[in-house]
Design a binder for this molecule. Sequence first.
Ligand code: CUA
Length: 348
Amino acid sequence: MNRCRLLVVASLALAAAAAAAQGTSPLDPGAHEVLRPAGHVAGAIGQLWNVFVLTCTTVFVAVFATFLWALWRAPRADVRDPPDLSSLGRHERGPYRSVVAGVVVSAVLLLGLLGASVWTDRAIARMSLANAVNLTVIGHQWWWEIRYEGEPASDTFTTANELHVPVGRPVVVTLKAGDVIHSLWMPNLAGKKDLIPGRTTLLQFRADRPGRYRGQCAEFCGLQHAYMGLEIVADPPERYAAWTALQRAEAPAPADAQQRRGQQVFLGSTCMMCHAIQGTPAQATTAPDLTHVGGRSTLASGVLNNDRASLKRWIADPQKVKPGTQMPASTLPESDLDALVAYLESLK
Ligand code: CUA
């Protein structure tokens, strides 16, 4: 008894510690809840979910109650009693009616659920796409490339792991994959949709509530699949416009000697073979575009908070942070690494 109590206390303490650790975690991943829709598409799916849960719970309770009632009412017999086979030759109207009623009710309920599904599908498809934001999300092992199509094309810009959308405007996302199959899942805003190499798929949604939401890769895509997170920022239109204007601009020039040194380090090392910084000769597209990396809230697809210490840790030994990542470890001397971090941090 005492051991049992100890076990309960220990598990409660563990749960409390876990909850506390979660509460003080530096990474606030934003909302990731299917049941709290923040937009049109997720709202329609949420309503469908409610209809299904209500219907299925009612049926489950009714079936179970009937079952218990039948058990309760079953004739009691003794093992020594001979079986009563007389009912086999009798036409029993009661059970016959029950079976017919059961079939009819089941068919009606199933048809109702089918109707609700079709209605949901139509509600999603009928969302107006006027004045839509067009962007492309490309899944990579293990990060998200996000390209905002500009009008004119020179206004197009690319960012990574952070999807900004304006509240109230539809968003049309073209989904592509750079290597293997990924799946984009933003439960507060839309259902899952796969990103398939060699194929283009579309996902439409609209955020109706400003906020920060978490997206996640929902298709196993290798070692770091679980750490392929995405941050979605739904902003009021003015804030969104300010953000896009900032993203379109080239990277700010280094402001002091250390940042200048950092830029030299970046352009003189292997960094520029994979990354781009607009406004500099670095134009590679294999890895995330770093033009405004300093303005993002996380690093490495939501694994690290974007601060100086984490950035340094990430560049110095990426495998330690995200085993399997394609980012090679740096061989830079400490002072160069510090300069590089200072420069990248300044790219707001
Ligand atoms: Cu990408 Cu799982």
